[in-house]
Write a protein that binds this ligand. Structure first.
Ligand SMILES: *Cc1c(COP(=O)(O)O)cnc(C)c1O
Length: 304
């Protein structure tokens, strides 16, 4: 398959936009829509497709080297893209204590898709945004030649530009578009593409309050300055990345029972929880249409 021909993978684009009846919104006069980006592609779901597509076009068949934690959805998606489109992939994984241990299910899938994995100590990993540290690392792991490098989580200028399409698909159909945020690339592009008086609302799933700055920096890189109307609600990280306390799990299970939507816990559940809380606080005026972007789906519901 030709790497330039992502359309041959038959992505479901634009992704479906589905109304759901939920009395927690309806009683405040708010309409809730689900933007089903989780249905875009079985192996490259959600925002990962939108972020990777322009990078793969730019890589043009060169090996793609990228970074992630041991459970990174982005590493999974990159490895799957390499298998489907026939280009080499290299994954730099945070944590050298993982080297030599049995791979977890996520990394096993990466390796099965042909991704070469390199485990890097956390101190070095944290500094790979510094050009000298990166150059030294690539030399050491023998991946110096001609790789297309995609940063952690897949968020660079091209990725943010790729996500403007998500905003355009929602243009005129929602007043508020809500999205869970890891690195901010999806929010940066979504806000830029929305236009028309609509606003994007981001729910960071990591603790630390750094995401506003990150998102602004990405918009600067991708669009030359601030783009669109966006804000963050930092209250719903539930203790930080990959923390899923029982209350959140119960909320997600209840949402699944109400609407038949498989709710991914690390990102999507936190965004939906935040939206329900905001509706309860009366944060959305009656008549508001809120689109919740379903950026992924639970691993167990994945195709393999
Ligand atoms: C990667 C991911 C995100 C975060 O996207 P960013 O662009 O890094 O903010 C959100 N939801 C899901 C399901 C993801 O896999």
């Amino acid at each position: 398959m030709n790497v330039f021909d992502l359309a041959a993978l038959r992505p479901r684009l634009p992704s479906p936009l589905e109304p759901v009846a939920d009395e927690r919104f309806a009683r405040h006069g708010v309409r809730l829509l689900l933007k089903r980006d989780d249905l875009i592609h079985p192996d490259l779901p959600g925002n990962k497709w939108r972020k990777l597509a322009p990078n793969l076009r730019a890589a043009a068949g060169r090996p793609v080297l990228t970074f992630g934690g041991a459970y990174s959805n982005h590493l999974r998606a990159t490895a799957a893209a390499g298998r489907l489109l026939g280009f080499p992939t290299v994954g730099v994984v945070r944590g050298d204590e993982l080297a030599g241990k049995p791979l977890n299910a996520s990394l096993t899938a990466c390796a099965a898709d042909g991704m070469r994995l390199h485990f890097v100590d956390r101190a070095t990993y944290r500094r790979t945004s510094e050009p000298e540290v990166l150059a030294e690392l690539l030399e050491r792991i023998g991946e110096r030649e001609g790789c297309w490098i995609v940063p952690e989580g897949g968020s660079n200028a091209l990725a943010a530009q790729g996500c403007t399409e998500l905003g355009r698909e929602l243009r005129g159909r929602a007043d508020v578009a809500a999205v869970a945020c890891g690195t901010g690339g999806t929010l940066a592009g979504l806000a830029a593409g929305l236009g028309g008086g609509a606003r994007a609302l981001g729910f960071p799933v990591l603790k630390g309050g750094f995401l506003g700055e990150r998102t602004s920096a990405l918009q600067m890189e991708a669009f030359g300055g601030p783009a669109g109307d966006w804000s963050l609600d930092e209250r719903f990280h539930f203790g930080g990345y990959a923390r899923v306390p029982p209350a959140l799990d119960a909320f997600a299970r209840d949402f699944e029972a109400r609407h038949g939507l498989p709710v991914e816990r690390l990102y999507v559940a936190k965004m939906l929880y935040g939206l329900v809380a905001l509706a309860g606080e009366g944060a959305f005026p009656p008549g508001t249409t809120v689109a919740a972007v379903i950026t992924g789906r639970p691993q167990s519901a994945a195709s393999r």
